[in-house]
Write a new protein. Sequence first.
Length: 164
Amino acid sequence: MSSTATIPTVEVEDHHYLTAEGGKPRATWRTLIILLLLALPLRVYWMAQKTPVITVEGSEYVRMADSLIHGKGLIGNFEGPETMYTPLFSVLTAGMSMLTGKSELAAHLVSLLFGTALIIPVFFIANKMYGPRVAVIAGLLVDFHPVLVKLAASIYNENVYLPL
């Protein structure tokens, strides 16, 4: 008795939303860059004008980044290892502060970059699910949403995790 097993086939999705006919990149990349260029100055302005003071949570992350740079581990504003705050933001801030030389500026830049980068996954998910028109609308909503602009200009670890 011979039985033949059939191997199930898996359909591979065509990523047609990335390329136009002939394999040329679609205008989506150009549109995404325009959306990012619209978002960045707005967030920089808000950070410079409306966020003059670092928050308590932000000071904790900056202090943890300073402790990492000086080889003391994740130590926050109080003695002993920090167990209440997640380490990723502090690690990124420590890396950025090696470039900038200032931990607070580094923390602002990390928030700014990741807060602006949120547009990228929102744009591509909307484009994949609903098409380019909805992707542009979703990108504009992320660009100009007051809460997201303020969040990107402030030092909160949520900025790092939102684009992920």
